[in-house]
Design a protein around this ligand. Structure first.
Ligand code: FDA
Length: 393
């Protein structure tokens, strides 16, 4: 039986970062992962360029039953702190759009830098190691069974992530550990995920597969003005991924295709210039032509522009501003970028990430009920929460 100060379960963004911080404080740290390689999600993130943080880290871009919970960690280890690490590692980066920061080169640079920092600080990494029974020791601390032997530790950090992309090592293990130790869970569901539609919708959507269009996608009072992408199963693209974290089964979303343009005025101009023009042709000047063909059938009345009154054109414009769509589901954890819900933040100390009722037990990263928007927010939460626990374990 080997004794350690800290065991971190999960060598993803949050676990590696926590391990580095704890090891730098002189703690004897072991980071354990069942996957063969560390930081697999970092490697594939951001299309292989890792959108590692965002310039605009503000609380309302994080979903949680208690949106204020994340504030403490996010304020103490900020996006600027992580940017300083990137600069220290010599990894160049750029802002792509909406404050999103990406590596100039491959995301593997970030994984390499994290594993190098962990090793240099004296932390050890066990990969390909399944974790068995985890128990609390009567005198305090934890006993962790692994195929490589039984380990004891004073602090156990659970950084096993969510359920998204099971083939990349996601296991739901952290939620089971939380339940084992009596911590409440907020119901989990896939987030940042493409939405699917019923067969009758797919009849017109499938032929548009691959087409992207700019729109403002709304659900209730939440809206995102970014790209939408038609797929064989329904809709994807940044605006849809964003809204998917707010959408629930049985609810509609609406899309505003006007993007700030006065559609009625543009249609009136088109009518003045060509009264014999088909509505579809006029619409094709406002949205991609393939989509215009479908929209003509839903934004009635149809017919040559000259036959449409101002009120009729207003109705068409309204259809373009409030195009109502009814998803039937999502693509699920197979493609979801994140898992919403998780360990209830009420059960955790916001400063340290320690379970309020289980001394020495910590939860960091995606396993916690804190989920960011698309755009680097989730990695920043992983860095900040991992850092916060790393200061105290
Ligand atoms: P993460 O999932 O990274 O790590 C958990 C680790 O625990 C894994 O290594 C896993 O193998 C291990 N583990 C699980 N069960 C275990 C068990 N039973 N025993 C031992 N180990 C176990 N975010 C962002 O901000 N910018 C971006 O560009 C992207 N891009 C992106 C693309 C794709 C395709 C996905 C799926 C996700 C993203 N994300 C993202 C989200 C981001 O990847 C995610 O929020 C973080 O990786 C979460 O970090 P964690 O360390 O909490 O979990």
């Amino acid at each position: 039986m080997e004794k350690l100060d800290v065991i971190v379960l999960g060598a993803g963004a949050a676990g590696l970062f926590c391990g580095i911080e704890a090891a730098r404080r002189g703690r004897r740290v072991r980071v354990i992962d069942h996957a063969k390689a560390p930081g697999e999600k970092i490697r594939i993130s951001g299309g292989g360029r890792c959108n590692f943080t965002n310039l605009e880290i503000v609380p309302d871009r994080f979903l949680s039953r208690n949106p204020r919970f994340a504030l403490s960690a996010l304020k103490r280890f900020t996006q600027w702190d992580f940017i300083a690490r990137m600069d220290g590692w010599g990894i160049s980066w750029h802002e792509k759009t909406l404050g999103q920061l990406f590596c100039d080169g491959p995301a593997t640079q970030v994984v390499e830098a994290l594993t190098r920092d962990l090793a240099q600080a004296g932390g050890e990494l066990w990969l390909g190691c399944e974790v068995g029974v985890v128990e609390r020791l009567p005198a305090g601390g934890f006993r962790v069974e692994t195929p490589r032997g039984v380990l004891h530790c004073a602090a156990l950090v659970v950084a096993t992530g969510g359920k998204s992309i099971p083939k990349m090592g996601a296991s739901g293990f952290g939620y089971r550990l939380a339940e084992q130790f009596g911590l409440p869970l907020v119901e989990t569901r896939p987030g940042l995920v493409p939405l699917t539609f019923a067969e009758q919708e797919l009849v017109w959507m499938k032929p548009l597969s691959g087409l992207s269009v700019e729109g403002r996608v709304r659900h209730g009072r939440t809206e995102f003005a970014e790209g939408l992408l038609f797929t064989h199963r329904g809709l994807s693209g940044p605006a849809i991924l964003q809204i998917s974290s707010y959408w629930r089964e049985g609810e509609a979303i609406s899309v505003d295709l006007s993007m700030g343009r006065d559609m009625a005025a543009l249609l009136r101009d088109a009518r003045a210039q060509g009264p014999k023009l088909a509505l579809r042709t006029a619409l094709a000047g406002l949205v991609p032509e393939r989509l215009a063909r479908h929209l003509e059938t839903v934004v009635a009345p149809a017919g040559p522009l000259g036959t449409l009154s101002n009120a009729g054109l207003e109705q068409v414009a309204d259809g373009l501003r409030n195009w109502r769509l009814m998803p039937v589901g999502s693509e699920g954890y197979r493609t979801a970028e994140v898992t919403l819900g998780g360990v209830d933040t009420d059960a955790l100390d916001a400063r340290t990430m320690q379970a309020k009722d289980v001394a020495g037990l910590y939860f960091v990263g995606e396993v916690v009920d804190v989920t960011g928007w698309l755009g680097g927010y989730n990695f920043q939460w992983a860095w900040s929460s991992g850092w916060a626990a790393g200061q105290v374990v």
